[in-house]
Design a protein around this ligand. Structure first.
Ligand code: B12
Length: 446
């Protein structure tokens, strides 16, 4: 059987430098279930997919909210040509009924427990409309497929666990994968990093510090015994305030950690509480940031702005914070993704005419209780903030301010990150300005 696995096109931000993890992983699950299958991996961000030339028995598409419109158009076009389509991933899991309008089958949840059955049913010509994946332990999951994807990629991602103990209302990871961490065996993770990644890799965990500090330290020590490739990932601040934090950070540095993306989210206590994102900050998050710096690490603050509890001043405050701390910030306008608690809370306030491809983090998608916070004003403030954050002078100051102990790798990686982020923000801003110039009517009538 020939199976095409598709990474849909993102509506913005060009070609992400990361090999789409789902392609190589679902490819491996396919071969595990059916070693005779022929697997075709297609990333629509690298090359347009030629439907005429697509001769397969099954098309599998991994759908996020922002890629749902592209995926649905693509699935409709495939089905019009007689190809059978399965949709899966975070968006179909949240809204299976919507996805079912564009697919022969929808997979809700994780693939491991049901993908073999989907393939068997497809081969027998009797796909069921819906399959439910249940969470399984993560030992002995297959090593992702290799060598089938040509493209302009720089990094691969490796995951060491699934699940998140926090319950931030804007995130659906705890609903998708559960609150309990499921850990992969350390030797399997280390082998994957050693054999599949180049000199720099991305740790795709939602919190690189993990749920069990001793296990995380053991993982880092094993990585340090290998070829010590440089890596980066997302981490909370609370884990850096416990008694084992110093050991954790020393082991992390020895293993090659260069840069941590921190879910700072907001300066406002009220907003942090409204998002249920207070607990992951710990008692003294500024001290935790300082600890990261003391260990020679680069830090990027992830922020969500423009929510219904935020004031206009929060945009300016975000800039001041980044300047004061000398840290890069990556802001997004808060986005109520389906499947999250925030979606349920904000749904009555969503602007009419909002479409999934606007769920990029650069759009104001809902009404704000303050009439002065019109969608146009929030978007303008967001773009202005990004423009300021990534002015060349600020980027240079941040790089020069990095701890010397990380020189030169940490500095170089920081530059490699900040320059493209700045470029992506400028591209988004130009597109937004062009749209404003073309007279996009403000959906809130501002
Ligand atoms: C890696 C990653 C990225 C990479 C993308 C790399 C790539 N090309 O795919 C980068 C860093 C570029 C990125 C960017 C963004 N991301 Co991101 N990202 C992730 C992350 C951390 C891991 C996803 C992943 O690859 N997992 C590994 C693969 C193997 O597993 P999986 O996708 O979870 O799939 C499992 C199941 O879902 C299912 N499955 C998935 N697809 C399919 C398909 C079929 C057919 C089947 C059967 C099953 C199935 O089976 C799999 C195995 O069990 C997730 C968080 C998370 N923990 O999931 C967020 C996440 C997917 N990202 C998210 C978002 C919002 C974004 C951004 C929009 C953020 C922003 N504002 O900038 C951008 C958009 C990208 C762009 N270019 O425009 C959201 C999506 C929410 C939503 N409802 O759509 C998530 C869930 C984060 C969150 N906390 O909310 N991201």
């Amino acid at each position: 059987m020939r199976v095409a696995i598709v990474q849909p096109e993102f509506p913005f931000s060009g070609r992400p430098p990361l090999v789409p993890p789902i392609l190589e992983y679902l490819g491996a699950l396919t071969l595990q279930a059916d070693p005779d299958a022929e697997v075709l991996l297609l990333d629509a961000n690298q090359r347009a997919i030629d439907l005429e030339a697509l001769r397969v028995d099954l098309v599998a598409v991994s759908v996020w909210t922002v890629t749902a419109p592209w995926s649905y158009r693509f699935a409709d076009a495939c089905r019009a040509r007689g190809l059978r389509v399965v949709l899966g991933g975070v968006h179909p899991t949240a809204l299976p009924g919507e996805a079912a309008c564009h697919a022969d089958a929808v997979v809700v949840g994780e693939a491991e427990s049901c993908w073999g059955e989907v393939l068997r049913d497809a081969r027998a010509g009797r796909l069921a409309p819906r399959y439910h994946g249940v969470p399984l332990p993560l030992d002995r999951i297959p090593v992702p497929m290799d060598g089938r994807l040509a493209g302009n990629y720089r990094f691969r991602g490796v995951f060491t666990m699934r699940g998140c103990p926090y319950r931030c209302t804007f995130c659906n990871v705890h609903r998708l994968f559960g609150n309990e961490a499921r850990l992969r065996p350390i030797p399997e993770v280390v082998r994957e990093v050693e054999t599949r990644c180049g000199r720099v890799w991305f740790n795709g965990d939602d919190n690189i510090w993990g749920s069990d500090v001793d296990r995380t330290i053991a993982l880092y020590e094993e990585l340090a015994r290998g070829s010590r490739k440089s890596w980066y990932g997302l981490g909370d601040l609370r884990s850096l305030q416990g008694p084992k934090a110093e050991r954790l950070l020393r082991a992390a540095r020895r293993s090659g950690l260069c840069s941590v993306w921190v879910g700072w989210e907001s300066d406002s206590g009220e907003t942090l509480r409204a998002y249920g994102a207070w607990g992951k900050q710990g008692q003294d998050r500024l001290a935790a940031l300082q600890r990261l710096r003391d260990h020679g690490l680069d830090v990027v603050l992830l922020m969500v702005l423009g929510g219904r509890t935020d004031a206009y001043a929060s945009f300016q405050q975000a800039l001041e914070l980044s300047d004061r701390l000398g840290l890069a910030a990556h802001p997004a306008l808060v986005t109520p993704f389906p499947g999250t608690e925030l979606y349920e809370a904000y749904r009555p306030h969503l602007l009419p005419g909002t479409t999934w491809d606007q769920f990029t983090g650069t759009r104001a998608l809902f009404e704000h209780p303050d009439p002065a916070m019109t969608p146009a004003r929030r978007e303008a403030a967001y773009h202005q903030l990004c423009e300021e954050l990534y002015r060349p002078g600020r980027v240079a100051r941040r790089i020069l301010g990095l701890p010397l102990s990380g020189f030169p790798t940490v500095h170089l990686l920081s530059l490699m990150k900040q320059v493209p982020i700045g470029r992506a923000h400028r591209t988004a801003r130009r597109a937004w300005l062009a749209e404003q110039g073309a007279g996009r009517s403000d959906p809130a009538g501002a």
